[in-house]
Design a protein around this ligand. Structure first.
Ligand SMILES: NC(=O)c1ccc[n+]([C@@H]2O[C@H](COP(=O)([O-])OP(=O)(O)OC[C@H]3O[C@@H](n4cnc5c(N)ncnc54)[C@H](OP(=O)(O)O)[C@@H]3O)[C@@H](O)[C@H]2O)c1
Length: 216
């Protein structure tokens, strides 16, 4: 599978890129090609220091889409609309949203758009027939980057197209220590997206680090 990460230079983008790149061709995308190349070189440096071979490259966000089968939108919710309107070529791809719309006020709150969730908004913004899934929403970037720890993670995956969802679940499951769970159709994404502000509130009010979810 060829994976393109729009906004791949960010926290979650780099983390996922490093975890996927031993088994997949991964393109880190950016608005600035130089930034993508630096991010890619930094990730390769970390991986080679650990003796792990990876297949990573850095390009523009558009190249990341054009070169991939699965596109992960690793950008903050507030930049989603302008980013999507500046990019094209999503037809025939599987598009994955890890995006959690939320704000920090007195506590963290889930702030979904009128469509009901970021994932449903992504679907609305894309050409009809583009297959959209949500995944990677509930795992903090520092977990993906913590190579000294063995992972034991649960990742809910939502989507309306069975083939696309199965491909995304296989992608998630290709990371050792990570178990994908079929969470249902894309309409369920709101329930997944709101778990992150909940976990951040639990971490804050209970003075905990690394709050995560498991399904048992
Ligand atoms: N961080 C986490 O632990 C975590 C966990 C689960 C899910 N998520 C979700 O994953 C998404 C990315 O989170 P993140 O923490 O990785 O975000 P981030 O580091 O703040 O930003 C990711 C990337 O977005 C791009 N970006 C910044 N400003 C932009 C703009 N004005 N227009 C277009 N692109 C812009 C940047 O890439 P370039 O400058 O290279 O273009 C940046 O590297 C969010 O929606 C978040 O809810 C995050």
């Amino acid at each position: 599978m060829k994976i393109g990460i729009v906004g791949g230079t960010g926290d979650i983008g780099e983390g996922i890129a490093m975890r996927l790149s031993p088994n997949h061709d991964v393109v880190i995308g950016s608005r600035e090609e130089d930034k993508a190349e630096s991010s890619c070189n930094a990730c390769i440096g970390v991986m080679s220091g650990l003796g792990i071979r990876c297949r990573l490259s850095g390009h523009s966000n558009q190249e990341a889409i054009d070169r991939s089968d699965i596109v992960i939108l690793a950008i903050p919710f507030r930049h989603l609309a302008p980013t999507m309107s500046s990019l094209s070529g999503f037809e025939g791809k599987i598009v994955v949203s890890p995006i959690n719309p939320m704000e920090k006020k007195e506590f963290f709150i889930y702030t979904p758009p009128a469509e009901g969730s970021a994932a449903l908004l992504v679907k609305k913004m894309l050409p009809e027939g583009t297959r959209v899934c949500s995944a990677f929403n509930t795992v903090a970037a520092n977990k993906w980057k913590a190579f000294s720890e063995a992972l034991d993670l649960a990742v809910p995956v939502c989507g309306d197209d069975a083939t696309a969802k199965s491909a995304v679940m296989q992608l998630v499951g290709s990371i050792p220590g990570v178990k994908p769970y079929d969470a249902g159709p894309l309409a369920v994404s709101s329930m997944v997206e709101c778990l992150t502000p909940l976990m951040l509130n639990i971490a804050r009010y209970n003075k905990m680090k690394d709050v995560g979810i498991q399904f048992r």
